[in-house]
Design a protein around this ligand. Structure first.
Ligand code: TXA
Ligand code: MG
Length: 330
């Protein structure tokens, strides 16, 4: 299949471009599009055959459910069977934006979307292209990140084409995604609510609105093992082996003495090839992380050393992704 790549204005999307993409979705095809977090791979969420094509294109295991993207809270209520006060408060405060809510599903949502489970994940994206596409398609859009399963999420259209070119109908190229990390996933169907995936909306912000939530992460120490067997799965991973260390300089020197080509994400000044100076601001760091890892992979480094970010709430999502990227074996 030939994948059509269409450039689209990220702040003021051209209606004719959006109309073409919406027509592909309505016909059961797959369209990758930018969101404020990462690029998503969309299909009509109410069309089970279209949804199954997402799993095939990504080589995604059928037991991993998809997020349903909708234009507003009313549309979210149309696919969920319960809408607690907590959902209403969170939706008012954080939608549109990078927060996904897991709630009891309605039967109209195909099993292919929910992996046969009793819940459905819903999110209202903030990116103008995503919003325009949802409006024009007129259907809820199931969309995982637009990468092959277990690989890094794409934050640029080029990443999508590299991973899924030839496997999907269309890519809307709206430039780099501003957020850079996947949405926070909050399970409101369990009691107390539980963070399933940390993201740019923090637990502290959520707790201010709805009270205590369960948090998933233990500390990320040097070469720490994953906290639970279920999270051992290598995920969000570059091709090169990645490790987080307190003293990056020492580890980089050690690997280089062994003749290994090393990439280094450091908070210090960047000097030398494959060395990238990262921001001390967590949002800026997040926005750039995947693009940097994609670049180092493309450059052919064998190992990636990462200076350990601070053990602080606002770094939780970054530390979670680094942990998953460094989980071995692959
Ligand atoms: O930022 C994002 O969330 C991006 C953009 C495209 O919206 N999407 C994304 O989708 O990251 P994906 O499929 O790569 O990650 C969705 C996560 C997975 O960890 C999945 O297991 C979880 O959400 N999830 C989806 N539905 C669920 C459900 N019903 N119950 C529990 N977890 C669910
Ligand atoms: Mg993903």
């Amino acid at each position: 299949m030939e994948t059509v790549v269409l450039a689209v204005n990220p702040t003021d999307p051209e209606p004719d471009v959006i109309a073409r993409a919406a027509a592909v979705l309505r016909a059961g095809g797959l369209v990758a599009f930018p969101t404020e977090t990462v690029y998503g791979l969309g299909a009509n969420a109410l069309d089970a055959d279209a949804v199954r094509r997402i799993f095939a294109a990504k080589d995604r295991p059928a037991n991993n459910p998809l997020i349903v993207h909708v234009p507003d809270a009313a549309a979210a209520r149309a696919v969920t069977a319960a809408w607690p006060e907590s959902a209403e408060r969170l939706a008012e405060r954080f939608w549109p934006g990078p927060l996904t809510l897991v709630l009891p599903r309605r039967s109209e949502v195909p099993d292919a979307v929910t992996a046969g489970g009793a819940t459905v994940a819903v999110r209202v994206p903030a990116h103008p292209v995503a919003r325009a596409l949802l409006g024009a398609a007129g259907v809820p859009v199931a969309a995982p990140s637009a990468n092959r399963s277990t690989q890094l999420s794409p934050t640029q259209a080029e990443h999508v084409v590299a991973g899924l070119g030839g496997r999907i109908e269309m890519v809307l190229d709206g430039g780099p995604c501003p957020g850079g990390l996947e949405s926070t996933v909050l399970d409101l169907a369990s009691s107390p609510p539980r963070i399933l995936r940390p993201g740019l909306v923090t637990s502290a912000e959520i707790e201010k609105l709805i009270g205590p939530v369960m948090r998933p992460m233990g500390p990320l120490t040097e070469k720490a093992p994953m906290p639970s067997p279920g999270m051992m799965l290598r995920h969000y991973a570059p091709r090169a082996v990645l490790e987080c260390v307190a003293d990056g300089r020492q580890r980089v020197d050690e690997l280089q003495r062994q003749g290994v080509r090393v990439g280094w994400l450091t908070f210090g000044a960047a000097a030398g090839m494959d060395v990238v100076q990262m921001s001390r601001d967590p949002a800026e760091y997040a926005a750039r992380l995947y693009a940097v890892l994609h670049e180092l992979d493309a450059a052919g480094v064998e190992r990636i050393v990462v200076d350990l970010p601070p053990d602080e709430e606002e770094w939780l999502a970054v530390r979670d992704r680094l942990r998953r990227a460094s989980a071995h074996p692959r």
